[in-house]
Design a protein around this ligand. Structure first.
Ligand SMILES: [Zn+2]
Length: 131
């Protein structure tokens, strides 16, 4: 269910993104998404949900590519950063302090969008024939 809500948020963000392009009607090929390891989002699940959600919409055919961001914590005792591990309850390896600060790993954002602009209809008219 989490992924379904995430997908809805993504679609809203993409809708806003499209509006910034005004009438130019971008065709989206790839949406690059950063997902932190600490967001509880399953990347494969999110891709599946996305593929279903965009079917029949202006985003049909656009694929979601996910870049995983590893979790990084900062120890509030000694200020060092570390890679928290679930098997030690995310405690800092230096001071064994519970994780209180997360530096990275909670990201869920669109990093970039690959798209092309639909070419405006070519002006069709009588070719100029010199008389
Ligand atoms: Zn420490």
């Amino acid at each position: 269910m989490h992924e379904v809500d995430m997908t809805k948020c993504l679609l809203l963000s993409m809708q806003e993104w499209r509006q910034q392009h005004g009438s130019s009607n971008p065709i989206v090929n790839v949406v690059h998404l950063q997902v932190g390891d600490f967001t509880c989002v399953e990347p494969a699940q999110l891709v599946t949900t996305w593929d279903v959600a965009v079917r029949g919409t202006w985003l049909e055919g656009a694929s979601l590519r996910i870049e995983a961001i590893p979790l990084v914590g900062r120890c509030v005792i000694c200020s060092s950063t570390y890679s928290p591990r679930p098997d030690v309850a995310y405690r800092s390896p230096c001071c064994d302090h519970p994780m209180e600060e997360i530096v990275r790993g909670r990201e869920l954002r669109i990093r970039s969008v690959d798209y092309i602009l639909q070419p405006s209809a070519p002006a069709v008219g009588p070719s100029l024939v010199p008389s």
